[in-house]
Design a protein around this ligand. Structure first.
Ligand code: HEC
Length: 115
């Protein structure tokens, strides 16, 4: 391999890496899918919340509160207890990026604050 093709190969690897990182499914998501459904989009029961499309910081906050005991739910306390802060962050970002059924309805006559 000459030096310019080496450079090209490295540049291609550098371009490919962030794409892989973004789409990677966190390992623990397989556990969550048992109740929250594939990609957190279709829970197995109506009482189980949809995770897909929620704000990442809300999901992270919720998981940390289950873990610390501030938010109490026997099922989720047990789930969150096994997660590290890094796993909580990765799961929250993963679910926030998934397509789901949640949306914000537009209310007739409701004034939306300018951005
Ligand atoms: C055995 C079923 C079950 C499993 C497995 C499970 N959850 Fe949950 N999850 C629930 C239930 C039930 C709730 C609602 C609890 C409540 O009312 O606070 C919930 C709530 C949540 C919430 C709060 C959502 C909201 O809208 O406030 C988050 C975030 C969450 N789960 C993430 C996860 C993650 C991440 C995993 C995998 C590590 C997981 N859950 C595994 C049943 C489960």
């Amino acid at each position: 391999m000459n030096s310019s093709s080496k450079f090209l190969a490295l540049a291609l690897v550098a371009l490919a890496l962030p794409a892989v990182a973004e789409t990677a499914v966190p390992e623990k998501a397989a556990l969550c899918a048992a109740c929250h459904g594939e990609a957190g989009a279709k829970p197995i029961m109506p009482a189980y919340p949809v995770l897909a499309g929620q704000y990442a910081n809300y999901l992270e906050h919720s998981l940390k509160e289950y873990k610390s005991g501030v938010r109490k739910n026997p099922i989720m306390t047990a789930q969150a207890a096994t997660l590290t802060n890094e796993e909580i962050r990765a799961l929250s970002q993963y679910y926030a990026a998934q397509e789901g059924p949640l949306y914000t309805p537009s209310i007739p006559g409701h004034k939306v604050a300018p951005k």
